[in-house]
Design a protein. Structure first.
Length: 426
């Protein structure tokens, strides 16, 4: 039998045996069938890609842009450069934009001060374009400087293919004299679904209380003033909204709508110990709520295919159950995980079938004490090839030896060395 035929025989035998004992190989998860130009779903904590379709293609993002702007606002507040109670006054152009009924807005008045908190809530709940631009001025002084900050932040996160020209996500012709120099009237913001998922991941991780605002269905803007208005979230998956489903407790995040962008939505839901971030760009279909229909479909697919499990401390992981040891009575010493570790894997995978791969090995030499750190391993399921968004990596955990090992007999060590030497020659 040739080598090739022999390998094929072995593979067939392994698959047949796995079938007999009821352990099937873990196939790569199918591409999402979401009806949209692009879509992605990730685990919010680890950044692991759970489903994707055309996720790396830059596309218009419309008001999903506001998530980058809001991140910079929160960052300025955290750094003490801005306070929730600080106020900002709109100029004539922002007043004009705010009163354009063709755009999503809350009306702003000239010579009127609005608190940062009020503008922040309007930006996220009503998707108010003038409000988020006014916040940009409060952070950076003007729109040009703020857009530069947006681009710098994206590059800091490793997002290099984004095209950001304004703070709101409007088409340039709609923002008048605040248009960035050197850009055209038809210019608008573009990012990929993968990039948008990263933005959402950073925002939720660094400022988790943003979800309190994005989960708000209704709120009064500028209560008690002449600008008072009732705001209702555009997110129809929130509780009390048209597309809410009890088994999908969606609490964010941001819609986007435009002629080129179509109907877009960055969603997030926390269920079964796993927060998922989804991005649907230019959803297709005849329904007016098509982006929410496709998002719910994507979320359900993800929870059916994936789950988060915890590998307990003291677990011996397949593929990394032992570490090499020199000058001992044995040549390999058993090792186990030092800490409980969360990992997101297909629903067919259990803690017992997770695989480990060495990412760091320490030199181990006898005599060796039990509990000696042997290095670190990464954890994953067999057959996974999806990867992670941005700089995220598979979960890692340190491993330690589970037994003490005495130094080997000198004659045994000499003989072992001779065997290794001649083995290397041949």
């Amino acid at each position: 039998m040739s080598v090739i035929k022999w390998k094929r025989f072995i593979v067939a035998a392994v698959i047949a045996l796995a079938t007999l004992v009821g352990v099937a190989p873990h196939p790569a998860q199918a591409e999402t069938t979401i009806d949209a130009k692009a879509a992605i779903a990730i685990d919010a904590q680890s950044g692991k890609i759970l489903a994707a379709n055309n996720a790396s293609a830059p596309l218009p993002i419309a008001s999903m842009s506001k998530l980058v702007s809001i991140y910079l606002v929160r960052e300025a507040i955290k750094a003490g450069r801005l306070q929730w109670t600080d106020t900002a006054t709109p100029d004539a152009n922002l007043v004009k934009i705010s009163r354009n009924k063709a755009l999503s807005n809350v009306a702003l008045s000239a010579n009127t001060k609005y608190t940062v908190r009020t503008l922040y809530e309007a930006s996220l709940i009503e998707s108010a374009n003038a409000a988020v631009m006014l916040l940009g001025n409060a952070v950076a002084g003007n729109q040009t400087k703020f857009v530069a900050m947006m681009n710098a932040k994206l590059k800091e996160w490793g997002i290099t293919d984004a095209h950001i020209v304004n703070a709101s996500g409007l088409v340039n012709k709609e923002i008048g004299p605040d248009k960035l120099a050197g850009t055209s009237d038809t210019d608008e913001n573009q990012m990929s679904a993968s990039d948008m998922a990263q933005v959402a991941q950073h925002l939720i991780a660094d400022f988790p209380d943003v979800l309190t605002t994005t989960a708000t269905r209704q709120l009064t803007f500028a209560k008690g003033t002449s600008d008072q208005a009732e705001m209702t979230s555009w997110n129809l998956l929130l509780k009390g909204q048209k597309d809410y489903e009890a088994d999908l407790p969606v609490d964010g995040l941001k819609t986007g709508t435009g002629d080129k962008a179509g109907d877009c939505f960055v969603g997030t839901v926390n269920k079964a110990g796993m927060r998922v971030i989804t991005v649907v760009m230019h959803a297709n279909g005849k329904q007016s709520d098509r982006r929410f229909i496709q998002t719910a479909k994507l979320m359900k697919q993800v929870y059916a295919d994936w789950h988060a499990i915890t590998i307990p401390a003291g677990t011996r992981i397949s593929g990394a159950k032992t570490a090499k040891l020199v000058r001992g009575t044995i040549t390999r010493v058993p090792v186990a995980t030092m800490a409980a570790t969360r990992v997101v894997v297909p629903t067919t995978v259990t803690a017992q079938t997770v695989l480990g791969q060495w990412v760091q090995r320490h030199e181990l030499s006898a005599p060796l004490a039990r509990g000696t750190v042997a290095g670190a391993i990464s954890l994953a399921a067999d057959g996974e090839a999806r990867g992670y968004v941005g700089a995220n990596q598979p979960p890692r955990v340190a491993v330690q030896t589970t037994r003490r090992v005495k130094k080997g007999n000198p004659f045994v060590l000499i003989w072992r060395g001779v065997q290794e030497y001649f083995g290397d020659l041949f």
